[in-house]
Write a protein that binds this ligand. Sequence first.
Ligand SMILES: [Zn+2]
Length: 165
Amino acid sequence: MIPPLLEIIQPITDEEACIGFSIEHGLVYGQPRCARCRKSTYRHGRVWRCTNHPCGWSKSIFKDSVFGNTRLLPQVVLLIGYLWLTKCSHTSMQLITGCSSATITHFAGLFRQLAANEVEEDEGQIGGENVIVEIDESKFGKPTLREIRAVKSVKSREIHGANFP
Ligand SMILES: [Zn+2]
């Protein structure tokens, strides 16, 4: 279910709310233990830090997530994801976020991958159940920009379009 805009307006306007939302919804990896001394960590802004201060280990909470490797604020990335989910046109996403066409294309690709991975993970967790992946060619953006819709089904084993471009 996609929440209405007003229910998600805080995470897309406030960085702390955005980070909280992302941790809660698994858009970033959960709280790690220190990779150096295995002690617990705490969050300071965008960084996980080791509670054992002499150790000094820290890690960006955005590492290996859709928020990493970009100068964009995490709120903007979340907004792009929201607009993508709500089927906004490529042009609308550019106008609303102020991002370039290349940036929108890049993130649309990332979110498409994320949605595909989500389907695979669901399939693993459910075990006996199978997952049908339907890919709808959409009218927005570049022809490669597609919507991935997962429909869980106990009966069917068919997987359409298993190769995501
Ligand atoms: Zn440590």
